[in-house]
Design a protein around this ligand. Structure first.
Ligand SMILES: [Zn+2]
Length: 73
C-alpha cells in the first residue's frame, strides 16, 4: 500500500528530517529532507507553501503543521 502524505509527514518528524529555521508572528520557514533532496517550505503572506511538486497538502507540510500552528488573532 502506498504511504499517504499524512503517514509520511509523521515519519519525517520521527526521523528528524524537518528543520524549523524561523517562527515569528507572521512567518514560518523550514527545510525538510525527503527523496534525496531538501525542500523549502513555510508559511508567509497568509498561505502555506512548499517547493516540491506535490498537489495539495504534501508530506512536508503535514510534518510542519504538526509542530507549528497558524496564529488566530
Ligand atoms: Zn512539499
Amino acid at each position: 500500500m502506498r504511504e499517504g502524505a499524512e503517514a509520511k509527514g509523521r515519519r519525517y518528524l520521527v526521523e528528524g528530517r524537518l528543520l524549523v529555521e524561523l517562527v515569528d508572528a507572521r512567518t514560518i520557514r523550514a527545510r525538510c529532507r525527503g527523496n534525496g533532496r531538501v525542500y523549502r517550505l513555510g508559511y508567509d503572506a497568509e498561505r502555506w507553501y512548499c517547493d516540491c511538486q506535490a498537489l495539495g497538502l504534501c508530506s512536508h507540510l503535514v510534518a510542519l503543521q504538526l509542530v507549528t500552528v497558524e496564529a488566530k488573532a
